[in-house]
Design a protein around this ligand. Structure first.
Ligand SMILES: Cc1ncc(COP(=O)(O)O)c(C=O)c1O
Length: 452
């Protein structure tokens, strides 16, 4: 019989975990109190208040798949800086390249030869001929969107319901329960209502795509090839073919954001499934955790952009960034692409992730839970619903904040850091099989506490 979650039991269990968290993190608590006097919310960046405990864990040091906090607690890291450290923390080859480059200049607004190696490697991995650098994936997306609007002369973009592409203003739009677009709840201070800039439809809905693009006012579709920011949502068979065909038919550019889906292979989902985007964007792990991002585009885009570009005003056109393409980021990118994010990395990490997923699935089966786990490469995520969601709206409806919080805190109190915001686990090859088995054991204990 399918077990039922008793909410009052969950609330009590959550209180117990919260007390345990306080008991085991006295120094983090002390630092948090001090931080509140100079950092808004006691954290350097807003999202860091969204962890499961009532204050953040302060880190002492991190290496590979592990970190230690200021209280001396040790953790297996399945968050890995929300993909920024997918390589594992401080990969040796990247650190060595950073150490060498840092002696030889950090930023000049002039290129070093290494930038060419990176461009050639990106060509090889993703199949697009021309590349530009940015500091964050947000910026890479912003710049690709600007180029698309400039070249098409069209004002709008299209995104999928409950997508996330960084803090790109136009993307904070969702469908309400009646399917009407609205500004995403808690969209902080948008300069314009995204209803004016953006069309939003559900992922996997081919008919909606055809309708939205047929007005021929959409410059670009910005898409993760597999949605990863509202759970993992795979495309239906044939969806990417339709997406490509319909965007081409209506003269709309296709921007594929591989920032998270680089977890699938060295060339991301694009290389694995032979996608043909007009633009490809990626940030986070490509420089081993050093801020860096890139965006690539086709020969046609490159030529048309060159024709429209006024070189005298290139620095004030809204695309660029003084520190973009700095020598340090490029050295880190080169070392990371050459020595860290290799095929061998993926072979190991994906095999470990398969084991991780099997462990979670075995517990779900043992307790007959109406839950599922989905995987993409070395990333997986479990969901409190019996069937995989087809789109962002369905996935959003299945969110259970209290249960999420409990699972996270239960794990954290036993030395496992999950990715915040949902129940995602990213596996670096530096994790051991024993650590994966340990996670299965702790996950089972959490389920016993809830349903046993
Ligand atoms: C798919 C995707 N694109 C872009 C970004 C933005 O990355 P950043 O915050 O480093 O700019 C994110 C961040 O989570 C992401 O998930």
């Amino acid at each position: 019989m399918t077990p039922v979650l008793e909410r009052s039991r969950l609330t009590k269990l959550l209180q117990i975990e919260e007390q345990l968290f306080h008991k085991n993190h006295p120094k983090s608590y002390e630092l948090y109190q001090r931080a509140r006097k100079s950092l808004h919310g006691g954290v350097p960046m807003l999202w860091m208040i969204r962890w499961a405990g009532s204050f953040p864990v302060f880190v002492k040091e991190a290496k590979g798949a592990h970190f230690t906090d200021v209280d001396g607690n040790e953790y297996i890291d399945l968050c890995l800086g929300d993909t920024g450290a997918m390589t594992g923390h401080s990969p040796t080859a990247t650190v060595q390249a950073i150490n060498e480059q840092i002696q030889k200049g950090i930023t000049l607004m002039l290129p070093y030869e290494d930038a060419i190696w990176v461009g050639e490697e990106l060509q090889r991995r993703f199949g697009l001929p021309y590349w530009q650098f940015a500091i964050t994936a947000t910026d890479a997306n912003r710049f690709a969107l600007r180029m698309a609007r400039m070249l098409t002369g069209r004002p709008k973009i299209l995104v999928f319901n409950y997508c996330y592409h960084g803090s790109v203003d136009e993307t904070f739009i969702v469908l309400d329960e009646e399917g009407t677009p609205m500004s995403r709840p808690n969209n902080m201070g948008p300069q314009v209502n995204p209803q004016y800039t953006t069309k939003v439809i559900e992922f996997n809905d081919i008919a909606a795509l055809e309708t939205a693009l047929s007005a021929r006012d959409v410059a670009a579709v910005l898409a993760e090839p597999v949605m990863t920011n509202i759970g993992i949502i795979h495309p239906n068979p044939g969806y990417h073919d339709a997406l490509r065909e319909i965007t081409r038919k209506h003269g709309t550019y296709l921007i594929i954001d591989e920032t998270h889906t680089i977890c699938a292979s060295p060339g991301g989902y694009t290389a694995s499934f032979s996608l043909q985007p007009d633009f490809l964007t990626i940030g986070k792990p490509i420089a081993g955790g050093v801020p860096a991002a890139v965006y690539g585009f086709t020969e046609e885009v490159s030529q048309r952009f060159a024709e429209k570009l006024n070189v005298d005003d290139a620095d004030v056109g809204g695309i660029g960034g003084t520190l973009a393409g700095n020598a340090l980021s490029i050295a880190a990118m080169k070392a990371t692409l050459q020595h860290v994010l290799t095929q061998d990395f993926y072979d190991k990490a994906i095999q470990l992730q398969e084991r991780f997923t099997e462990g979670v699935e075995s517990v779900i089966k043992e307790f007959d839970l109406p839950w599922i786990v989905k995987r993409l490469g070395n990333r997986s995520e479990y969901w409190f619903r019996p069937k995989p969601p087809k789109n962002g709206g369905e996935a959003f409806a299945a969110i259970d904040h209290e249960l999420d919080r409990y699972m996270h805190l239960f794990m954290l109190n036993r030395g496992i850091l999950m990715t915040p915001f949902h129940n995602m686990a990213l596996i670096s090859p530096e994790i051991t099989q024993e650590s994966v088995n340990y996670h299965t054991k702790v996950f089972r204990e959490a389920i016993v506490s809830l349903f046993g």
